[in-house]
Design a protein around this ligand. Structure first.
Ligand code: MN3
Length: 204
């Protein structure tokens, strides 16, 4: 059973002008595809591990064979982080303060504006390549975290709710060095309906 590149639920251009179609196409068909290919390569000699989901592998990285541990963390993470990211992007699905996640965010961060500020600061503060996340943590609370490279929050015992990719490949064609501007525009294309689904699924 090989892992496969999941199709996007929208066209590459549909997030414009905030993320351009060319960036989306390269990001999906080259970068994401490459993580999938390398994940399959790493698993080639491990038929028992091929039966597991990437989530299962990343939740138990200490049980992975040493020879492929780093490859699974990087490429398994690269695969599911992107899959998760694509799904929380869509235009015109605004934040809803009355939704479950809306109420929880306001309770935790005092206001939506403050949440946006804290999340942005985390994303800006990722040194080098990585991600910023809103997760449900070990104490069953919302938390904003940063991860390096393709590390998954699942390996830290945290469940992703929302994320932003701040690797340069995610924004460089359009924004060059202006990561802050990319992050500012990211908030205009969050699919809050999907984020609500993620939150409700996690609470079950
Ligand atoms: Mn990426």
């Amino acid at each position: 059973m090989k892992h496969q590149l999941p199709a996007l639920e929208y066209s590459y251009e549909s997030l414009e002008p905030y993320i351009d179609g060319e960036t989306m196409k390269i990001h999906h068909t080259k970068h994401h595809q490459n993580y999938v290919n390398k994940l399959n390569d790493a698993l080639e000699s491990y038929p028992d591990l091929q039966e597991k989901t990437v989530e299962e592998l990343l939740k138990n990285i200490k049980n992975l064979p040493n020879e492929i541990k780093t490859a699974i963390i990087n490429n398994g993470g690269g695969h599911i982080n992107h899959d998760f990211f694509w799904k929380i992007l869509k235009k015109e699905i605004p934040f809803n303060p009355k939704s479950e996640i809306g109420k929880s965010i306001i309770k935790k961060f005092k206001s939506y504006e403050n949440f946006e500020k804290e999340f942005s600061n985390a994303a800006i503060g990722v040194f080098g390549s990585g991600w910023a996340w809103l997760v449900f943590n070990e104490n069953k609370e919302l938390e904003i975290i940063k991860t390096q490279n393709q590390d998954s929050p699942l390996s830290l015992g945290k469940i992703p709710i929302l994320c932003i990719d701040v690797w340069e490949h995610a924004y460089y064609l359009k924004y060059q060095n202006k990561r802050a501007e990319y992050i500012e525009n990211f908030f205009k294309i969050i699919n809050w309906k999907k984020v609500e689904e993620n939150y409700k699924k996690m609470k079950k």
